[in-house]
Design a protein. Structure first.
Length: 129
């Protein structure tokens, strides 16, 4: 699930950039947003492969970027962005909540089954030679 980190830099960078600037989103903010959306599209393309992987704690790596992208979009709309950003912001918000809610429910299910964390093997004593 380490591929989930690929979307985080532009999404978190967008949120950070908007936190230290004022006024309407500029070209740099739009570029960060666009690149984050591109990374989200790449991740969406990997969903069939991801579904074949066992669920566990590493899946939460995706939640960081999944939460940051709609936050960045909403902040851009809050500061005057229109068009595609304004159309995508509520959709991204709903999708992020569904994805993170799914992670939460899957985590609870695996915890209840005792399968959330793989079992540890017993330590082997060092050989004396």
């Amino acid at each position: 699930a380490t591929i989930g980190i690929h979307m985080a830099p532009p999404a978190v960078g967008l949120v950070s950039y908007l936190a230290v600037t004022t006024g309407a989103p500029d070209g740099f903010a739009l570029g960060l947003f666009g690149y984050a959306v591109l990374q989200a599209a790449v991740m969406a393309r990997l969903v069939p492969w991801l579904k074949g992987q066992p669920f566990g704690a590493p899946w939460w790596a995706y939640s960081f970027a999944v939460a940051a992208l709609p936050l960045g979009a909403m902040r851009m709309v809050e500061r005057g962005a229109e068009g595609t950003v304004a159309l995508l912001a509520p959709v991204l918000f709903v999708l992020a909540n569904l994805i993170i809610g799914g992670f939460f429910l899957a985590s609870l299910t695996r915890l209840a089954q005792g399968r959330y964390v793989p079992p540890m093997s017993a330590p082997t004593p060092p050989s004396v030679a």
